[in-house]
Design a protein around this ligand. Sequence first.
Ligand code: ADP
Ligand code: MG
Length: 142
Amino acid sequence: MEELISRKYNLEEVNDIAKWILGGVKSTKVLLFKGDLGAGKTTLIKEICYLLGVKDQITSPTYTIVNEYLLPKGDRLYHMDLYRLNSFEEAMEIGIEEMIESGSICIIEWPEIIEDIIVENYITVRIDHLDADRREVFCYFS
Ligand code: ADP
Ligand code: MG
């Protein structure tokens, strides 16, 4: 069963929204982020990564596909952007499935191409562009 909750927010409130999402994440390791280009996925994910303890500068994985960060306890966090992948097979070739199954936190922008292999213990976050300085975020907890 899925529970849907939503909130509207501006750029100053991104940190609050990140905390709010993490409050619902608990033991969830896979976070799927959906929304158009420019919706605000990377912006929100950066805040989430910093709250989880990433110390490195976080950059958009648009060109690298996957960025890997170390968390304080030595765990890994993968931030992926699958927008530029053309097929499920391509995602498998670069090891996306292994990353998801590794138990590391995986935060995935444009997850649609691999969504079939995400079956449990994940949350979906969708961001809608309301206007120039306002977004709405919807969370579906699986
Ligand atoms: P995406 O990763 O979804 O393509 P980005 O996170 O790169 O989008 O954000 C695109 C632009 O939207 C950036 O200029 C960012 O500052 C802005 N933005 C993000 N979240 C908000 C918000 N809640 N309100 C206003 N602007 C935002
Ligand atoms: Mg992005």
